[in-house]
Design a binder for this molecule. Structure first.
Ligand code: NAP
Ligand code: F7E
Length: 324
Protein backbone atom coordinates (compact mmCIF):
# COMPACT_ATOMS: atom_id res chain seq x y z
CA UNK A 1 0.00 0.00 0.00
CA UNK A 2 1.19 3.46 -0.87
CA UNK A 3 0.11 6.57 1.08
CA UNK A 4 0.58 10.23 0.22
CA UNK A 5 0.62 12.64 3.17
CA UNK A 6 0.34 16.38 2.57
CA UNK A 7 1.60 18.33 5.60
CA UNK A 8 4.07 15.57 6.50
CA UNK A 9 6.40 18.10 8.18
CA UNK A 10 3.63 19.06 10.64
CA UNK A 11 2.70 17.49 13.97
CA UNK A 12 0.09 15.04 12.63
CA UNK A 13 2.00 14.27 9.43
CA UNK A 14 4.98 13.01 11.37
CA UNK A 15 2.90 10.74 13.66
CA UNK A 16 0.86 9.45 10.72
CA UNK A 17 4.00 8.65 8.70
CA UNK A 18 5.38 6.60 11.63
CA UNK A 19 2.04 4.83 12.07
CA UNK A 20 1.69 3.91 8.39
CA UNK A 21 5.30 2.74 8.13
CA UNK A 22 4.69 0.35 11.03
CA UNK A 23 1.72 -1.01 9.06
CA UNK A 24 4.04 -1.70 6.11
CA UNK A 25 2.99 1.24 3.91
CA UNK A 26 5.25 2.94 1.43
CA UNK A 27 4.99 6.57 2.60
CA UNK A 28 5.37 9.58 0.34
CA UNK A 29 5.26 13.08 1.82
CA UNK A 30 4.39 16.24 -0.04
CA UNK A 31 6.53 19.22 0.97
CA UNK A 32 6.55 22.77 -0.31
CA UNK A 33 9.76 24.30 -1.56
CA UNK A 34 11.65 26.35 1.00
CA UNK A 35 15.10 27.94 1.02
CA UNK A 36 15.80 26.12 4.28
CA UNK A 37 14.56 22.61 5.06
CA UNK A 38 11.95 22.30 7.79
CA UNK A 39 12.18 18.56 8.47
CA UNK A 40 12.74 18.56 12.25
CA UNK A 41 9.69 16.40 13.03
CA UNK A 42 10.53 13.79 10.38
CA UNK A 43 14.34 13.82 10.72
CA UNK A 44 14.29 10.33 12.32
CA UNK A 45 12.34 8.75 9.42
CA UNK A 46 13.47 10.91 6.52
CA UNK A 47 15.58 8.18 4.94
CA UNK A 48 12.68 5.73 4.96
CA UNK A 49 10.11 7.92 3.23
CA UNK A 50 9.91 9.63 -0.15
CA UNK A 51 9.62 13.41 -0.10
CA UNK A 52 8.19 15.17 -3.16
CA UNK A 53 7.77 18.87 -3.79
CA UNK A 54 4.36 20.31 -4.60
CA UNK A 55 2.19 23.09 -3.22
CA UNK A 56 -1.47 23.38 -2.30
CA UNK A 57 -1.47 26.72 -4.16
CA UNK A 58 -0.37 25.14 -7.43
CA UNK A 59 -2.93 22.92 -9.14
CA UNK A 60 -0.55 21.53 -11.77
CA UNK A 61 1.98 20.47 -9.15
CA UNK A 62 -0.73 18.43 -7.38
CA UNK A 63 -1.92 16.75 -10.58
CA UNK A 64 1.64 15.86 -11.56
CA UNK A 65 2.39 14.49 -8.08
CA UNK A 66 -0.68 12.23 -7.99
CA UNK A 67 -0.14 11.09 -11.58
CA UNK A 68 3.40 9.99 -10.74
CA UNK A 69 2.80 8.47 -7.33
CA UNK A 70 -0.62 6.84 -7.84
CA UNK A 71 -1.24 6.49 -4.09
CA UNK A 72 -3.83 4.12 -2.62
CA UNK A 73 -4.54 6.61 0.16
CA UNK A 74 -4.22 10.40 0.33
CA UNK A 75 -4.16 12.14 3.71
CA UNK A 76 -4.70 15.87 3.19
CA UNK A 77 -3.22 17.36 6.36
CA UNK A 78 -1.52 20.44 4.89
CA UNK A 79 -3.11 23.75 5.89
CA UNK A 80 -2.45 27.10 7.53
CA UNK A 81 -3.48 25.77 10.94
CA UNK A 82 -2.88 28.58 13.46
CA UNK A 83 -6.17 30.36 14.21
CA UNK A 84 -4.80 33.87 15.10
CA UNK A 85 -2.81 34.07 11.84
CA UNK A 86 -6.05 33.45 9.96
CA UNK A 87 -7.18 36.97 10.93
CA UNK A 88 -3.95 38.63 9.82
CA UNK A 89 -3.75 36.52 6.61
CA UNK A 90 -7.38 35.69 5.82
CA UNK A 91 -7.00 35.42 2.05
CA UNK A 92 -3.93 33.19 2.19
CA UNK A 93 -5.67 31.05 4.81
CA UNK A 94 -8.56 30.60 2.40
CA UNK A 95 -6.16 29.70 -0.42
CA UNK A 96 -4.38 26.99 1.63
CA UNK A 97 -7.03 25.72 3.98
CA UNK A 98 -10.16 26.03 1.83
CA UNK A 99 -9.20 26.08 -1.87
CA UNK A 100 -6.21 23.78 -1.26
CA UNK A 101 -8.73 21.02 -0.51
CA UNK A 102 -10.60 21.35 -3.77
CA UNK A 103 -7.31 21.51 -5.67
CA UNK A 104 -6.30 18.16 -4.11
CA UNK A 105 -9.73 16.62 -4.74
CA UNK A 106 -9.75 17.84 -8.35
CA UNK A 107 -6.27 16.41 -8.93
CA UNK A 108 -7.43 13.10 -7.46
CA UNK A 109 -10.61 13.09 -9.60
CA UNK A 110 -8.57 13.67 -12.73
CA UNK A 111 -5.64 11.29 -12.29
CA UNK A 112 -6.10 9.05 -9.22
CA UNK A 113 -9.85 8.54 -8.85
CA UNK A 114 -9.49 5.11 -7.22
CA UNK A 115 -7.50 6.45 -4.29
CA UNK A 116 -9.10 7.00 -0.87
CA UNK A 117 -9.02 10.59 0.44
CA UNK A 118 -8.88 11.85 4.03
CA UNK A 119 -9.62 15.52 4.80
CA UNK A 120 -8.39 17.06 8.07
CA UNK A 121 -11.56 18.81 9.24
CA UNK A 122 -11.64 20.59 12.57
CA UNK A 123 -13.77 21.24 15.66
CA UNK A 124 -13.13 24.96 14.94
CA UNK A 125 -16.01 24.61 12.43
CA UNK A 126 -18.43 24.41 15.42
CA UNK A 127 -17.19 27.79 16.72
CA UNK A 128 -20.07 29.38 18.61
CA UNK A 129 -21.50 25.99 19.38
CA UNK A 130 -25.10 25.15 18.48
CA UNK A 131 -25.20 21.98 20.56
CA UNK A 132 -23.31 20.36 23.48
CA UNK A 133 -21.55 17.98 23.00
CA UNK A 134 -20.82 18.34 19.28
CA UNK A 135 -21.55 15.41 16.93
CA UNK A 136 -21.30 14.82 13.17
CA UNK A 137 -24.81 16.37 12.89
CA UNK A 138 -24.20 19.57 14.90
CA UNK A 139 -24.53 22.63 12.62
CA UNK A 140 -21.36 24.69 12.09
CA UNK A 141 -20.85 28.32 13.21
CA UNK A 142 -17.18 29.12 12.54
CA UNK A 143 -15.65 32.04 14.43
CA UNK A 144 -12.46 32.69 12.43
CA UNK A 145 -11.26 32.75 8.81
CA UNK A 146 -9.58 29.42 9.68
CA UNK A 147 -12.86 27.86 10.87
CA UNK A 148 -14.72 29.19 7.82
CA UNK A 149 -12.02 27.80 5.51
CA UNK A 150 -12.20 24.38 7.18
CA UNK A 151 -15.99 24.39 6.78
CA UNK A 152 -15.51 24.89 3.02
CA UNK A 153 -12.95 22.04 2.96
CA UNK A 154 -15.39 19.83 4.83
CA UNK A 155 -18.36 20.44 2.55
CA UNK A 156 -16.36 20.27 -0.68
CA UNK A 157 -15.06 16.85 0.42
CA UNK A 158 -18.65 15.65 0.95
CA UNK A 159 -19.64 17.24 -2.34
CA UNK A 160 -16.91 15.45 -4.32
CA UNK A 161 -17.87 12.17 -2.64
CA UNK A 162 -21.51 12.62 -3.64
CA UNK A 163 -20.92 14.15 -7.09
CA UNK A 164 -18.18 11.85 -8.38
CA UNK A 165 -18.45 8.77 -6.15
CA UNK A 166 -14.95 9.30 -4.82
CA UNK A 167 -13.98 7.62 -1.56
CA UNK A 168 -13.51 10.86 0.36
CA UNK A 169 -13.95 11.24 4.13
CA UNK A 170 -13.64 14.02 6.68
CA UNK A 171 -12.38 13.52 10.20
CA UNK A 172 -13.72 16.28 12.47
CA UNK A 173 -10.81 16.27 14.88
CA UNK A 174 -10.90 18.14 18.16
CA UNK A 175 -7.65 19.67 19.50
CA UNK A 176 -4.84 17.16 19.72
CA UNK A 177 -1.42 17.84 21.10
CA UNK A 178 1.96 16.18 21.63
CA UNK A 179 5.60 17.03 22.25
CA UNK A 180 5.70 17.85 18.50
CA UNK A 181 2.93 20.48 18.73
CA UNK A 182 3.95 23.89 17.30
CA UNK A 183 5.15 26.19 20.08
CA UNK A 184 2.58 28.90 19.32
CA UNK A 185 -0.39 26.66 20.28
CA UNK A 186 -1.46 27.10 23.89
CA UNK A 187 -0.58 23.67 25.36
CA UNK A 188 2.95 23.67 23.97
CA UNK A 189 3.40 27.37 24.75
CA UNK A 190 2.57 26.48 28.38
CA UNK A 191 4.81 23.38 28.64
CA UNK A 192 7.75 25.05 26.88
CA UNK A 193 7.30 28.29 28.87
CA UNK A 194 6.93 26.52 32.23
CA UNK A 195 10.01 24.42 31.62
CA UNK A 196 12.00 27.56 30.75
CA UNK A 197 10.84 29.12 34.01
CA UNK A 198 11.76 25.96 35.93
CA UNK A 199 15.25 25.98 34.42
CA UNK A 200 15.74 29.66 35.18
CA UNK A 201 15.80 30.77 31.53
CA UNK A 202 12.87 33.14 31.92
CA UNK A 203 10.57 34.38 34.63
CA UNK A 204 7.29 35.05 32.89
CA UNK A 205 4.65 33.39 30.70
CA UNK A 206 2.12 35.60 28.91
CA UNK A 207 -1.21 34.08 27.92
CA UNK A 208 -4.58 35.22 26.56
CA UNK A 209 -8.01 33.83 27.48
CA UNK A 210 -7.59 31.30 30.31
CA UNK A 211 -11.32 30.53 30.45
CA UNK A 212 -11.61 28.96 26.97
CA UNK A 213 -12.38 25.23 27.15
CA UNK A 214 -11.06 22.60 24.76
CA UNK A 215 -11.41 18.85 24.30
CA UNK A 216 -7.71 17.96 24.21
CA UNK A 217 -6.38 14.56 23.08
CA UNK A 218 -3.06 13.04 22.01
CA UNK A 219 -2.04 13.33 18.33
CA UNK A 220 -0.67 9.76 18.32
CA UNK A 221 -4.18 8.45 19.11
CA UNK A 222 -5.83 10.69 16.52
CA UNK A 223 -3.77 9.58 13.49
CA UNK A 224 -4.96 6.02 14.18
CA UNK A 225 -8.54 7.26 13.70
CA UNK A 226 -7.60 8.85 10.34
CA UNK A 227 -6.31 5.51 9.07
CA UNK A 228 -9.34 3.58 10.38
CA UNK A 229 -11.67 5.90 8.44
CA UNK A 230 -10.00 4.86 5.18
CA UNK A 231 -10.24 1.13 5.99
CA UNK A 232 -14.06 1.14 5.99
CA UNK A 233 -16.22 -0.15 3.11
CA UNK A 234 -18.21 3.09 3.06
CA UNK A 235 -16.82 6.63 3.05
CA UNK A 236 -18.26 8.66 5.94
CA UNK A 237 -17.40 11.49 8.35
CA UNK A 238 -16.48 11.08 12.02
CA UNK A 239 -15.94 13.19 15.13
CA UNK A 240 -12.68 12.33 16.88
CA UNK A 241 -12.51 13.61 20.47
CA UNK A 242 -12.05 12.50 24.08
CA UNK A 243 -15.48 13.63 25.32
CA UNK A 244 -13.82 15.62 28.13
CA UNK A 245 -13.30 19.38 28.18
CA UNK A 246 -10.87 21.44 30.25
CA UNK A 247 -10.11 25.14 30.48
CA UNK A 248 -6.74 26.63 29.50
CA UNK A 249 -6.40 27.49 33.21
CA UNK A 250 -6.83 23.80 34.14
CA UNK A 251 -4.13 22.75 31.68
CA UNK A 252 -1.88 25.48 33.08
CA UNK A 253 -2.52 24.21 36.63
CA UNK A 254 -1.65 20.63 35.67
CA UNK A 255 1.67 21.73 34.20
CA UNK A 256 2.63 24.14 36.99
CA UNK A 257 1.72 21.58 39.65
CA UNK A 258 3.81 18.90 37.93
CA UNK A 259 6.79 21.27 37.84
CA UNK A 260 6.07 22.66 41.34
CA UNK A 261 5.78 26.23 40.08
CA UNK A 262 3.55 29.06 41.30
CA UNK A 263 1.12 30.37 38.63
CA UNK A 264 0.51 33.71 40.39
CA UNK A 265 4.22 34.43 40.44
CA UNK A 266 4.93 33.75 36.77
CA UNK A 267 1.79 33.93 34.57
CA UNK A 268 0.46 37.23 33.23
CA UNK A 269 -2.62 37.64 31.07
CA UNK A 270 -2.08 39.86 28.07
CA UNK A 271 -5.09 41.44 26.31
CA UNK A 272 -3.09 41.50 23.05
CA UNK A 273 -3.40 37.70 22.98
CA UNK A 274 -7.22 37.76 23.01
CA UNK A 275 -8.88 36.88 19.69
CA UNK A 276 -11.33 39.09 17.78
CA UNK A 277 -13.90 36.28 18.16
CA UNK A 278 -13.34 33.40 20.56
CA UNK A 279 -14.47 29.78 20.50
CA UNK A 280 -15.40 29.44 24.17
CA UNK A 281 -16.23 25.82 24.79
CA UNK A 282 -15.70 22.68 22.71
CA UNK A 283 -16.51 19.12 23.69
CA UNK A 284 -16.90 16.30 21.20
CA UNK A 285 -19.07 13.20 21.16
CA UNK A 286 -17.11 10.45 19.40
CA UNK A 287 -19.72 7.68 19.83
CA UNK A 288 -19.87 7.08 16.07
CA UNK A 289 -16.08 6.61 15.83
CA UNK A 290 -16.24 4.24 18.81
CA UNK A 291 -19.12 2.20 17.38
CA UNK A 292 -18.11 2.04 13.70
CA UNK A 293 -14.31 2.34 13.79
CA UNK A 294 -13.72 0.74 17.19
CA UNK A 295 -11.59 3.79 18.00
CA UNK A 296 -10.97 5.10 21.50
CA UNK A 297 -8.46 7.60 22.87
CA UNK A 298 -5.77 6.02 25.04
CA UNK A 299 -3.96 9.04 26.50
CA UNK A 300 -5.72 11.29 29.03
CA UNK A 301 -5.02 14.98 29.66
CA UNK A 302 -2.78 14.48 32.68
CA UNK A 303 -0.58 11.94 30.91
CA UNK A 304 -0.49 14.23 27.86
CA UNK A 305 0.60 17.26 29.89
CA UNK A 306 3.32 15.26 31.65
CA UNK A 307 4.54 13.73 28.37
CA UNK A 308 4.88 17.23 26.88
CA UNK A 309 6.64 18.65 29.93
CA UNK A 310 9.07 15.70 30.10
CA UNK A 311 9.94 16.10 26.42
CA UNK A 312 10.47 19.86 26.77
CA UNK A 313 12.63 19.33 29.87
CA UNK A 314 14.83 16.85 28.02
CA UNK A 315 15.13 19.02 24.91
CA UNK A 316 15.87 22.29 26.69
CA UNK A 317 18.39 20.68 29.07
CA UNK A 318 20.21 19.31 25.99
CA UNK A 319 20.15 22.77 24.38
CA UNK A 320 21.68 24.27 27.54
CA UNK A 321 24.34 21.53 27.72
CA UNK A 322 25.31 22.03 24.06
CA UNK A 323 25.84 25.77 24.70
CA UNK A 324 28.26 25.11 27.61
P1 NAP B 1 0.77 21.81 11.52
O1 NAP B 1 1.70 21.21 12.53
O2 NAP B 1 0.58 23.29 11.51
O3 NAP B 1 1.23 21.33 10.07
C1 NAP B 1 0.70 21.91 8.89
C2 NAP B 1 1.38 21.32 7.68
O4 NAP B 1 0.84 21.90 6.49
C3 NAP B 1 2.89 21.56 7.64
O5 NAP B 1 3.52 20.38 7.21
C4 NAP B 1 3.01 22.66 6.58
O6 NAP B 1 4.25 22.64 5.91
C5 NAP B 1 1.91 22.24 5.62
N1 NAP B 1 1.53 23.29 4.66
C6 NAP B 1 1.02 24.51 4.96
N2 NAP B 1 0.78 25.20 3.83
C7 NAP B 1 1.15 24.40 2.78
C8 NAP B 1 1.16 24.55 1.35
N3 NAP B 1 0.74 25.67 0.76
N4 NAP B 1 1.59 23.53 0.59
C9 NAP B 1 2.04 22.41 1.17
N5 NAP B 1 2.08 22.21 2.51
C10 NAP B 1 1.64 23.19 3.30
O7 NAP B 1 -0.70 21.16 11.71
P2 NAP B 1 -1.16 19.83 12.49
O8 NAP B 1 -1.45 20.19 13.90
O9 NAP B 1 -0.25 18.73 12.15
O10 NAP B 1 -2.58 19.58 11.81
C11 NAP B 1 -2.72 18.83 10.61
C12 NAP B 1 -4.02 19.20 9.94
O11 NAP B 1 -5.11 18.93 10.79
C13 NAP B 1 -4.15 20.67 9.54
O12 NAP B 1 -4.91 20.71 8.35
C14 NAP B 1 -4.94 21.26 10.69
O13 NAP B 1 -5.62 22.42 10.25
C15 NAP B 1 -5.87 20.13 11.01
N6 NAP B 1 -6.35 20.03 12.38
C16 NAP B 1 -5.47 20.06 13.41
C17 NAP B 1 -5.95 19.89 14.70
C18 NAP B 1 -5.00 19.89 15.88
O14 NAP B 1 -5.49 20.03 17.00
N7 NAP B 1 -3.71 19.68 15.68
C19 NAP B 1 -7.32 19.66 14.92
C20 NAP B 1 -8.17 19.62 13.83
C21 NAP B 1 -7.69 19.78 12.55
P3 NAP B 1 5.50 23.56 6.36
O15 NAP B 1 6.28 22.69 7.32
O16 NAP B 1 6.18 23.82 5.07
O17 NAP B 1 4.96 24.80 7.01
O1 F7E C 1 -5.81 27.83 21.38
C1 F7E C 1 -6.56 30.10 24.19
C2 F7E C 1 -7.08 30.51 22.83
O2 F7E C 1 -4.09 28.12 19.58
C3 F7E C 1 -6.63 27.14 22.29
C4 F7E C 1 -5.46 24.29 15.99
O3 F7E C 1 -4.75 23.07 15.93
O4 F7E C 1 -7.15 23.31 17.38
C5 F7E C 1 -6.21 24.37 17.31
O5 F7E C 1 -6.86 25.63 17.38
C6 F7E C 1 -7.31 28.14 23.23
C7 F7E C 1 -7.97 29.31 22.51
O6 F7E C 1 -5.71 26.16 19.52
C8 F7E C 1 -3.28 31.63 24.54
O7 F7E C 1 -7.75 31.77 22.89
C9 F7E C 1 -5.09 31.48 25.72
O8 F7E C 1 -9.25 29.52 23.07
O9 F7E C 1 -3.92 26.14 21.16
P1 F7E C 1 -4.77 27.07 20.40
P2 F7E C 1 -7.10 26.41 18.75
O10 F7E C 1 -7.30 27.82 18.40
O11 F7E C 1 -8.17 25.73 19.55
C10 F7E C 1 -8.14 23.30 16.35
C11 F7E C 1 -9.02 22.10 16.56
C12 F7E C 1 -7.56 23.40 14.99
O12 F7E C 1 -8.11 22.86 14.04
C13 F7E C 1 -6.44 24.36 14.82
O13 F7E C 1 -5.70 24.07 13.63
O14 F7E C 1 -6.31 28.71 24.06
N1 F7E C 1 -5.30 30.79 24.56
N2 F7E C 1 -3.86 32.01 25.72
C14 F7E C 1 -4.20 30.86 23.82
N3 F7E C 1 -3.91 30.33 22.61
C15 F7E C 1 -2.67 30.56 22.11
N4 F7E C 1 -2.33 30.01 20.92
N5 F7E C 1 -1.75 31.32 22.77
C16 F7E C 1 -2.00 31.90 23.99
O15 F7E C 1 -1.17 32.59 24.58
Amino acid sequence: MKALITGITGQDGSYLAEFLMKKGYEVCGMVRRSSTENFERIAHIKDKIQLRQADLLDQLSLIKLLEEIQPDEIYNLAAMSFVPTSWSQPVLTGEFTALGVVRMLEAMRQVAADAKFYQASSSEMYGKVREVPQTELTPFYPRSPYGASKAYGHYITINYRESYELFAVSGILFNHESPRRGKEFVTRKITDGAVRIKLGLTDELRLGNLDAHRDWGFAGDYVRAMWLMLQQDKADDYVVATGKSHSVREFLELVFKYLELDIDKHVKTDPRLLRPAEVEHLIGDCSKAKDVLGWEPEVGIEQLAQMMVDADLERIKKEIASRD
